[in-house]
Design a binder for this molecule. Structure first.
Ligand code: PMP
Length: 432
């Protein structure tokens, strides 16, 4: 590309990094040091390519030329504070609302998923006059004070804040996590009761429609709808956190909540929205927005600035022009059938859960005891990295392989991943 790349020694970079960034987390026992990206490929300094089956932010693929041109062009033409009139933020908001149910008619532009959820939470408490929350087990919604308290994944010492209750995800009947003996609304009713017993009123149920951090549980739509109905009966609002599930991840719809018969009161989005350029948003109803203290919305210096708006508009255009949802659906099916075939060979694959190109492969010791195979999952992710294939893990036990590639992933890429996974599964001894 046009950007000069300066080669740096990886171990030197690692120690310099520790000096200034402290223990901030990195992927892999042997961290990867990338120099460039193109489509589904990432390249290290020696030009070795890695297959990216993990990064959803670059939904259109790495180095997308249309986004690069839009960002560069807009940066050269005009960057402003968002208190001046500018075309692209308005067009972007109109375009986003076109993808939403009619009831949702207002947009707030911000810079990160955490910020979007923080504001969503503020809206929910303002609209309801309450401050209780229901979140999914092991969910993650952000780094700010309020969103960290809504994120069981990062509760310090596992301590649950007094205003929050957790629920199990609405698992599908076909799942081994499904329990015939539990009435399916029981967890939500229990959570609402638990809040009430502490004299906390529910402001909101906030959930990622694919329950990604919980371990990737594409929901049973009816079950999820029942859960949200209970929350509404208790006068709480529904917040769909589309940071993971939005922008076509499910392949059948732009938004994850559209997989169920639900119209959320508030929708938040981020990650893939600018294909790597930071931009995020909150979408809600005007009645909810008007409950904020000055009723006028929120001013964010960078939120919806001309450059981030140009990036986000380009993402919406390219998703449509390149029919990436259709492609994601087809490639997702191809990948799923390959994984199902691997599951016939390897008992460690307990369950495959998928929506579009969000795929969870739950690893267990065996299908008798279903003991989470956490060490094996970590080992598989690291061995795939050695074979230059990138995937992650999720779930309470970190035993679910998280496969969440850019939507430009093709069948041949899925085959390469399947081949690598087969190889790695075969290489695992009884000791791991
Ligand atoms: N919500 C969900 C569901 C997420 O996965 C994340 C990030 N992993 C966030 C919110 C926070 O977004 P950000 O990192 O952009 O602040």
């Amino acid at each position: 590309g046009d950007v000069p790349y300066q080669r740096t020694d990886t171990s030197d970079l690692l120690s310099r990094r520790r000096e200034v960034l402290g223990p901030a987390p990195l992927f892999y026992r042997d961290p990867v040091h990338f120099a460039a990206g193109d489509g589904v490929w990432l390249f290290d300094q020696d030009g070795r390519r890695y297959l990216d089956a993990y990064n959803n932010v670059q939904v259109l693929g790495h180095g997308n030329p249309d986004v690069a041109a839009a960002v560069a062009g807009q940066t050269r033409t005009l960057t402003t504070n968002t208190r001046y009139l500018h075309e692209s933020v308005t067009t972007l908001s109109e375009r986003l609302l076109e993808t939403m149910p009619d009831e949702l008619d207002r947009v707030l532009l911000v810079n990160s998923g955490s910020e979007a959820n923080d504001i969503a939470w503020r809206l929910a408490t303002a609209a309801t006059g309450r401050d209780g929350a229901i979140v999914a087990d092991h969910a993650y919604h952000g780094i700010t004070e309020s969103t960290a308290s809504l994120s069981p994944k990062y509760w310090s010492d596992g301590t649950q804040p007094a205003h929050v209750e957790t629920v199990a995800p609405p698992v599908r009947r076909s799942s081994h996590h499904w329990s015939e003996t539990t009435e399916r609304s029981e967890p939500m009713i229990g959570a609402l009761d638990a809040l009430e017993n502490r004299n906390v009123g529910p402001a909101a149920f906030i959930f990622d429609p694919l329950f990604t951090s919980t371990g990737i549980f594409p929901p049973d739509g009816e079950h999820l709808t029942e859960m949200t109905d209970h929350v509404r009966e208790a006068d709480g609002v529904i917040i769909a956190d589309e940071v993971q599930s939005g922008f076509g991840r499910t392949a059948s719809n732009t938004w994850g909540f559209q997989e169920a018969d639900i119209v959320p009161d508030i929708v938040t989005m981020g990650k893939p929205m600018g294909n790597g350029y930071p931009v995020a948003a909150v979408v809600t109803r005007s009645e909810i927005l008007s409950t904020l203290r000055d009723g006028s919305g929120i001013f964010s210096t960078f939120g919806g600035n001309p450059v981030s708006s140009a990036a986000a508009l380009t993402v919406l255009d390219v998703l449509e022009d390149e029919q990436l949802l259709e492609q994601a659906g087809e490639v997702g099916e191809h990948l799923h059938s390959g994984l199902a075939k691997l599951a016939t060979e390897y008992e460690r694959i307990g369950e495959i859960r998928r929506s579009g190109l969000m795929v969870g492969v739950e690893l267990v010791s065996d299908r008798e005891t279903w003991t989470p195979a956490t060490d094996e999952a970590v080992e598989i992710v690291n061995r795939l990295r050695q074979r230059r294939i990138l995937v992650g893990t999720s779930g309470r036990h970190d035993n679910v392989l998280k496969i969440r590639p850019p939507l430009v992933f093709e069948n041949e890429h899925a085959d390469r991943l399947l081949y690598g996974l087969d190889d790695v599964l075969a290489s695992l001894g009884d000791d791991v």
